[in-house]
Design a protein around this ligand. Structure first.
Ligand code: NAP
Length: 251
């Protein structure tokens, strides 16, 4: 039932993990995809080739989302190449170990700049274009950490909490332009970010806190993102969709 034919989707951090799964699921649903990445060009090119096999146009675009000039240039190029952007998925992010009394100012700012300001910059760049077309969907990727906090990861948790308020603010602000803004908040997902934690001694504790008793695959996060981008979610805006195996029971 979900058909995104003739749609164009920009996924930040589309080269690996959840972003990769989003790009390929959207391509399978017929959407052209723009695969943003920061440094891993080979992985981004792999995603492009896989997407093309699904019969859509795909393009990899390097840009550091924490650099507004690079984000503006990426969006400008994307609109020139594809004519429009229908869906923006703000997915790029980092998760680092930062005890409050050990982290530096540079480390604090790095996480906030990528996880929070990166989502602002991409929205700031695409919204004028979406307003003009009176149509658009923005989906931000938050985290369980953004709702319950996370010890030793306070910059990450703060950035993801702010992504939730950003989602609700933009949903209210942009509804009159027919732009829906929603958020998917994953729990533990098997990707490069979580690999070390999930293979450490802590992994038993992690699994015990997830009622479904396992971590998610990236595809299990991409599914809710696709739903929110589709017409099936046409009356949904400002929503935080938890995909966490029951680990944080809040809406
Ligand atoms: P991942 O496998 O490490 O992939 C991260 C992606 O973000 C890569 O494509 C990377 O590009 C890109 N990226 C990082 N910094 C960037 C920057 N400054 N500019 C542009 N792209 C950048 O991570 P993931 O697990 O898929 O995470 C995706 C999102 O889900 C993040 O926002 C994360 O916080 C969130 N999340 C993940 C989990 C989890 O357990 N995995 C749980 C909750 C939320 P390169 O390939 O070029 O490095």
């Amino acid at each position: 039932m979900i058909n995104l034919k003739n749609k164009v989707t920009l996924v930040t951090g589309g080269s690996r993990g959840i972003g990769r799964a989003v790009c390929l699921l959207f391509a399978g649903a017929g959407s052209d995809v723009i695969i943003n990445y920061r440094s891993d060009r080979r992985s981004a090119a792999d995603v492009r080739k896989e997407a093309e096999k699904l019969g859509v146009r795909a393009f990899e675009m390097p840009a550091d989302v924490s650099d507004k000039k690079q984000v503006d240039a990426m969006v400008e190029t994307a609109i020139r190449e594809f004519g429009k952007i229908d869906v923006l998925v703000n997915n790029a992010g980092i998760w680092k170990y930062h005890p409050i009394d050990e982290m530096t100012d540079v480390e604090l700012k790095e996480t906030l700049d990528i996880n929070l300001l990166g989502s602002f910059y991409a929205a700031m760049a695409v919204v004028p274009h979406m307003k003009e077309r009176k149509s658009g969907v923005i989906i931000n990727i938050s985290s369980t950490a953004g709702q319950r906090g996370e010890a030793y990861h306070s910059p990450y948790a703060a950035s993801k909490g702010a992504v939730i308020s950003l989602t609700k603010s933009l949903a209210a602000e942009l509804a009159e332009y027919n732009i829906r803004v929603n958020c998917v908040a994953p729990g533990w997902v098997e990707t490069d970010i979580s690999r070390d934690a999930l293979s450490s001694e802590q992994s038993g504790d992690i699994l015990r806190q997830i009622p479904l008793g396992r971590v998610a695959s990236p595809e299990e996060i991409a599914g809710p993102v696709l739903f929110l981008a589709s017409d099936l979610a046409g009356f949904v805006t400002g929503e935080i969709l938890n995909a966490n195996g029951g680990a944080v029971l809040c809406g």
